[in-house]
Design a protein around this ligand. Structure first.
Ligand code: NAD
Length: 455
C-alpha cells in the first residue's frame, strides 16, 4: 500500500520504517531538512534499538523514502499518517499547530480520496478540527474530493519502539460511520492485517473514544508511578521497603506487577504533557480532574527527591562538593532528554554550588544541547559539568554517586571499584537498582527511594 508519514520523529520514523518492513511503499516527510539529510545519507537522527537496520534495509529496497517535498508527500500516500509533535502550549493544552498545518497541506494538494490518520496524541475532538481544516482548503479551491479522518493513536515506548510497533499489545482505530469512514476502515483493516494474523489485536471504536483511549492509558500509567512514589516517601518515614511492598501488592492480579516502580519521577515527551493536556480538556468542560492534578504535583516534587536527599546529607551549600551522576536520558535505551528528571537534579546541584561528572551511554550530545537551554540564565554553571567517558570515569573524586536512569550497565557495577573511586562510599539511587542490605554489608551508605527499612 502507498503510505505517507508526516513528521519523521520518534513515532513517524518508527511507523514508516516498520510499515515499509511489511512491504508497504512509504514516503516520510519532515519539515526539518537536517533530519531528512541525515536519513538520506544513511544515518539516523535518534537512538532507538533496532531501528537503524530496519531503516537501512527498507531504504535499500526502495520502499522507504525521506523528503521535505510536501506536494509529493500528499500525492504519494492513499493513507496519510500525521505523526508530528503535539507539545504543551503555555497553558498545558496540546499545541495543535503542527497537526493542523499538516492537515492544511493535505487539503491543499490532494487530488483523490485520502485517509488521514491522526497518529499523534491529540485531544478529543481534534479529528473534527483536522476535518474542518481539510474541508476549508478543498472548498477554497472549489473541490469536493472525498476523505476520511481516522484516529489511530500510537502506544509504542521509546527504547523498545520497533519491537512495540511490530508486536503491539493492541491497535486502536477510531473511524466514523459515513461512507468515506467505511472506506477508510477497509483500508486500515488491510494495512494492519499482518499484525492481526495470530489473533485480532485491533479495537475498533468511534473517533472520539480512540482519541480518549491514548490519554486514558498514559494518565493511568502516570498515576501508578505517582501513587508508588508517594507511598515510597511514606515508606522512607515509617521504615518500610517499597520494593518489598511492590512485590506484595503486585501479586494481586487485580493490581499486577507492571509499572509499580518507585523512583525519582517520570519524564519524557508523553506522560507529563499528556497528563496536563487531559487536565486542560477537562477544564474546558468546567471539570477538575483531581486525581491527575495530584499525579502531576507528586511527580514535580518527586523529581526533586534525589536533590533533597543529597542536600539533607551534605547540607544546603554544596560549594566545593563534587557528584557523579549516572544516567541523563529520561529512561534507558533512548537519548530523549525531554522532561528528564536528571535536568532537575543537575539544576539543584549546580545552583547549590556543586560540580558534577555525568555519564550516559547515549544521551550525552542531546544532554549538552538541552542543558545549554536549561542554564541560559547562568551559563557559567555549564563549566561545572564534566561529561565522563564511562561510568567509572564519572566517579573519580566524587563525594557521592547519584543514579537517575536505570541503564542495564549500572545494575551490577564492580562495587570495589565504585568504593575506591568515590571520595566516600555514598550512593543515592533514584531507581532502586541495588539491595539496601547488600549495600550495608559492603559498607556503602545507600539512599534508595522508599527503602529506609530499619535494620
Ligand atoms: P518528534 O518531535 O520526535 O517528531 C515530530 C516531527 O514532526 C519532527 O521531526 C518535526 O520536524 C516534524 N514536523 C512538525 N511539523 C511538521 C509538518 N507540518 N510537516 C512535516 N513534519 C513536521 O515527536 P514524537 O516523539 O515522534 O511524537 C509525535 C507524536 O506522537 C506526539 O503527539 C506524541 O505525543 C505522540 N507519541 C509519542 C511517543 C513517543 O514515545 N515519542 C509515543 C506515542 C505517541
Amino acid at each position: 500500500m502507498k503510505i505517507t508519514i508526516i513528521g519523521t520523529g520518534y513515532v513517524g520514523l518508527v511507523t514508516g520504517a516498520c510499515l515499509a518492513e511489511l512491504g508497504n511503499d512509504v514516503f516520510c516527510l519532515d519539515v526539518d531538512q537536517r533530519k531528512i539529510d541525515i536519513l538520506n545519507s544513511g544515518g539516523i537522527p535518534i537512538h532507538e534499538p533496532g531501528l537503524e537496520e530496519v531503516v537501512r534495509r527498507n531504504s535499500a529496497a526502495g520502499r522507504l523514502k525521506f523528503s521535505t517535498d510536501i506536494e509529493a508527500s500528499v500525492a504519494h500516500g492513499d493513507i496519510q499518517f500525521i505523526a508530528v509533535g503535539t507539545p504543551p502550549d503555555e497553558d498545558g493544552s496540546a499545541d495543535l499547530q503542527y497537526v493542523l498545518a499538516a492537515a492544511r497541506n493535505i487539503g491543499k494538494y490532494m487530488t483523490g480520496f485520502k485517509v488521514v490518520v491522526d497518529k499523534s496524541t491529540v485531544p478529543v475532538g481534534t479529528a473534527d478540527k483536522v476535518r474542518a481544516v481539510i474541508a476549508q482548503e478543498l472548498s477554497s479551491r472549489k473541490d469536493g474530493l472525498p476523505f476520511s479522518v481516522v484516529s489511530n493513536p500510537e502506544f509504542l515506548k521509546e527504547g523498545a519502539a520497533v519491537e512495540d510497533f511490530m508486536r503491539p499489545d493492541r491497535i486502536v482505530i477510531g473511524c466514523d460511520n459515513t461512507t468515506d469512514g467505511e472506506r477508510a476502515r477497509d483500508l486500515m483493516k488491510k494495512l494492519y492485517a499482518p499484525f492481526n494474523r495470530n489473533h485480532e489485536r485491533t479495537y475498533w471504536m468511534d473517533v472520539r473514544s480512540a482519541e480518549f483511549t491514548k490519554y486514558a492509558a498514559n494518565a493511568m500509567l502516570a498515576t501508578r508511578i505517582s501513587f508508588m512514589n508517594e507511598l515510597a516517601n511514606l515508606a522512607d518515614h515509617v521504615g518500610a521497603d517499597i520494593d518489598a511492598v511492590r512485590h506484595g501488592i503486585g501479586s494481586d492480579p487485580r493490581i499486577g506487577h507492571s509499572f509499580l516502580y518507585a523512583g525519582c519521577g517520570y519524564g519524557g515527551s508523553c506522560f507529563p504533557k499528556d497528563v496536563q493536556a487531559l487536565e486542560r480538556t477537562a477544564q474546558e468542560y468546567s471539570l477538575n480532574l483531581q486525581i491527575l492534578q495530584a499525579v502531576e504535583a507528586v511527580n514535580n516534587q518527586q523529581k526533586q527527591v534525589l536533590g533533597n536527599k543529597i542536600i539533607h546529607r551534605f547540607g544546603k551549600n554544596l560549594t566545593g562538593r563534587h557528584f557523579a551522576v549516572w544516567g541523563l536520558a529520561f529512561k534507558p535505551n533512548t537519548d530523549d532528554m525531554r522532561a528528564a528528571p536528571s535536568r532537575v537534579l543537575l539544576g539543584e546541584l549546580l545552583r547549590a554550588g556543586a560540580s558534577v561528572a555525568v555519564y550516559d551511554p547515549v544521551a550525552i550530545e542531546e544532554a549538552k544541547r538541552v542543558l545549554e537551554l536549561d542554564f541560559y540564565d547562568a551559563p557559567e554553571l555549564l563549566a561545572s559539568i564534566r561529561y565522563a567517558e564511562n561510568p567509572m570515569d564519572a566517579l573519580s573524586g566524587a563525594d557521592a554517586l547519584a543514579i537517575v536512569t536505570e541503564w542495564k550497565a549500572f545494575r551490577s557495577p564492580d562495587f570495589d571499584k565504585v568504593k575506591s573511586s568515590l571520595k566516600q562510599p555514598v550512593i543515592f539511587d533514584g531507581r532502586n537498582l541495588y539491595d539496601p542490605s547488600v549495600m550495608r554489608e559492603i559498607g556503602v551508605e545507600y539512599y534508595g527511594i522508599g527503602r529506609s527499612v530499619l535494620a
